[in-house]
Design a protein around this ligand. Structure first.
Ligand code: GCV
Length: 665
């Protein structure tokens, strides 16, 4: 292990994630000049001081200045023309560094870019950087009061909340400040501080507990991050003195206008409201015969005068289905609900759409709602917390999945990428909690890092992002780098291979909170039916010709590609079609043999991951290694359980033996 890697054996009370002090060592004793004003620019000054730099007015080693001042400083050649507010130019020549920024956030991002540049051993050069999207958001599903079923953090796998404890905001918020710094270093500029399922206690954040929001906003502000709040649509009824929350009712509109004014009086840069309405039991406009545009616009109008946004979620479906009813297809729901409303949303409404039509499964097609809403500001929603991808017990690097989603071209090869059409930016559910490693599995930190980097630049290579994360987190140790890359590079596909096959979804255990296999767990439930396996075949017929018609929600060429067995990609065949087990895939294998082969291979891959992790002992801090070792043991146990349950289930259903005679029970 090299000198700048964390010393093995050091015990960490709270892991530094990708910003350990060692990574700033090269800056110690050097001189800096930070020009410009404001809270965020002051943060950059404080960062430089923290790194041990000294302020110098003339010929500093690092000059950080507004792009508009570059010419006056003899730096007129830098490519700063029309630099956006969050953009910056990074220029290094013979050890002297210039960061020319468009606006205060650009100064902060330029600073952290330079830290990254040092960690990667970068040399001389001039590069210009601007985020593709203005809105790069992280949503917390943290509850203030511990929820009886969902706990302190809904779908959280990293201990409690860093914000709340036992029904109130924590007294000591020093950790939130360290979190804000980490988020700023990867370009996140919006944070929603409470769960979209807004309980009674959480609804009060908007009213008598606004002080908690104000305190958190004050911590995020110097890091260029605006604070958003999830609100409960029924608040005028449940918190106010009104007997309705009908969005067309003037008293209700006034209630929200007053509430918003009170928020902005105390938090002038407040970001806005995030709303889950008429979904999984949350209240919404349907109760009054109104639609989602009526609901979203009512809130948007309360916020508009203050520059606030409404993030309105498209995750709307019937969770009280009768499994006997084969006409209802949950995958259709968001499009059926929202496509007819395109053009009716106010400008400050952002429709937040999950990446797939169901729910953050390991494999789903990209949601057809996103390209369909051409007259609506749409944001893509991802899930960094690993609800359906191993719950931070399994090492699953999601960068390649997100990258594939962002690069999807909804109108074919000549059309734009999904990343280019989500004018409302990107949002994701955080995977962070009060755990010493922040994310439970130390390798899950890579997902948070990758999310920020991809939200900034969706065409970054997931492997390049991993290298950055490894260099920042663990320093320059080529063996450690290769070991971690070999574990994480393909881990998303590995997870897919030993869990639900070929685009079939929800084979997870409902009783065990979506962890571990339960092939029929959702098959006869009210939440939807997902595989329809019988003795002859498996899959959901979502074709237009004979199925639910979901494939027809896509534009061409995808509608036709998904409709036909000749062109549907193997990895999604069971999402779109019901086929016999003997159906031959494009790969040449039958569906049943594919199921057996991938499940056996997946577990073998996990064994290799475990061996690769074991080989890193002594090259990583002991506590990081020990935590990883626990998690890898569980991953191997769980992957084996998945393999045996899935293979056994389909062998018993189909009666078709594995071609190579491996053990199935
Ligand atoms: C916050 C899934 C999760 C829920 C979550 C919901 C949502 O259904 O299981 O816990 O609720 O998605 O995104 O609103």
């Amino acid at each position: 292990m090299t000198s700048d890697a964390p010393a093995p054996g050091r015990s960490l009370r709270e892991h530094a994630m990708w910003l350990p002090d060692d990574r700033f060592a090269a800056l110690r004793g050097r001189t800096v000049s930070v020009l410009g004003e404001g809270t965020v620019v002051d943060t950059v000054r404080a960062e430089a001081a923290r790194a041990g730099m000294t302020a110098a007015a003339s010929t500093p080693d690092i000059l950080i200045l507004p792009a508009g001042d570059a010419a006056a400083q003899g730096l007129g050649d830098l490519p700063t023309a029309d630099l956006s507010a969050e953009g910056f130019v990074h220029h290094v020549r013979e050890g002297r560094v210039v960061v020319a920024y468009g606006g205060p956030n650009g100064a902060l991002y330029g600073w952290f870019h330079h830290v990254r540049h040092l960690a990667l051993g970068g040399g001389d050069g001039t590069t210009r950087h601007e985020p593709l999207h203005e809105l790069r958001m992280l949503d917390h599903w943290d509850n203030v009061a511990v929820h009886p079923h969902m706990g302190q953090v809904e779908r959280g796998y990293a201990d409690g909340s860093i914000f709340y404890q036992e029904g109130m905001l924590r007294d000591d918020l020093a950790r939130v400040e360290r979190y804000a710094r980490l988020l700023a270093s990867i370009g996140i500029n919006r944070v929603t501080i409470n769960n979209v399922n807004v309980g009674r206690r959480e609804a009060r954040l908007l009213t008598d507990d606004l002080g908690s929001v104000e305190r958190l906003a004050a911590i995020f502000r110097p890091w260029g991050i605006r604070t958003h709040l999830s609100v409960n649509f029924a608040s005028p009824l449940t918190l106010g003195d009104l007997d309705t929350s009908d969005p067309l009712e003037p008293t209700v509109q006034r209630w929200w206008t007053d509430a918003a004014a009170r928020v902005y009086a105390r938090i002038p840069d407040f970001g806005g409201f995030l709303v889950k309405a008429d979904s999984e039991g949350q209240p919404g406009p349907y109760a009054y015969g109104r639609d989602h545009a009526d609901g979203a616009n009512m809130l948007a109008r309360a916020l508009a005068a203050h520059g606030g946004l409404v993030h309105w979620r498209a995750f709307v479906y019937n969770h009280r289905q009768d499994w006997r009813d084969r006409t209802t297809d949950r995958a259709r729901a968001a499009y059926d609900t929202f496509a007819p409303l395109d053009g009716r949303f106010d400008d400050n409404v952002v429709l937040q759409v999950k990446f797939g039509p169901l729910d953050f499964q390991v494999r789903e097609p990209v949601s057809p709602v996103i390209p369909a809403m051409t007259r609506t500001r749409v944001a893509l929603e991802l899930q960094v917390t690993q609800e359906y991808t191993g719950q931070q017990q399994h090492a699953v690097y999601l960068g390649p999945q997100w990258s594939e989603i962002l690069a999807f071209r909804p109108t074919g090869d000549d059309g734009p990428m999904l990343a280019e059409i989500v004018a409302g930016g990107i949002a994701a559910v955080s995977n962070v909690g009060a755990d010493a490693f922040w994310t439970g599995h130390p390798l899950a930190q890579a997902n948070l890092y990758a999310y920020g980097r991809l939200a900034w630049d969706p065409v970054l290579e997931p492997g390049t992002i991993l290298d950055e994360w490894i260099a920042l987190t663990f320093g320059h140790d080529e063996t450690a780098r290769r070991g971690i890359r070999s574990i994480l590079d393909d881990s998303w596909r590995t997870y897919e291979s030993y869990t639900a096959p070929l685009g079939v979804c929800f084979m997870v255990s409902p009783l065990n909170r979506h962890y571990g296999p339960d092939v029929d767990g959702y098959e006869y439930s009210a939440w939807g039916t997902y595989h329809f396996a019988d003795r002859d075949g498996i899959g959901v017929d979502r074709s237009v010709a004979t199925g639910t018609g979901y494939a027809g929600q896509y534009a061409e060429p995808w509608a036709s590609r998904y409709e036909s067995l000749d062109t549907v990609p193997d990895e999604l065949i069971l999402f779109f079609h019901h086929v016999p087990y003997t159906h031959r895939l494009h790969s040449g294998r039958t569906v049943i043999q594919h199921i057996y082969d991938t499940h056996f291979a997946g577990v073998e891959r996990v064994r290799e991951m475990v061996a690769a992790w074991d080989a890193l002992e002594g090259r990583l801090p002991d506590d990081v290694h020990a935590r990883g070792r626990e998690r890898f043991a569980e991953q191997l146990r769980s992957a084996t359980e998945w393999r045996d349950q899935i293979n056994t289930y389909f062998w018993r259903k189909s009666g078709i033996a594995d071609e190579t005679g491996r053990t199935i029970f």
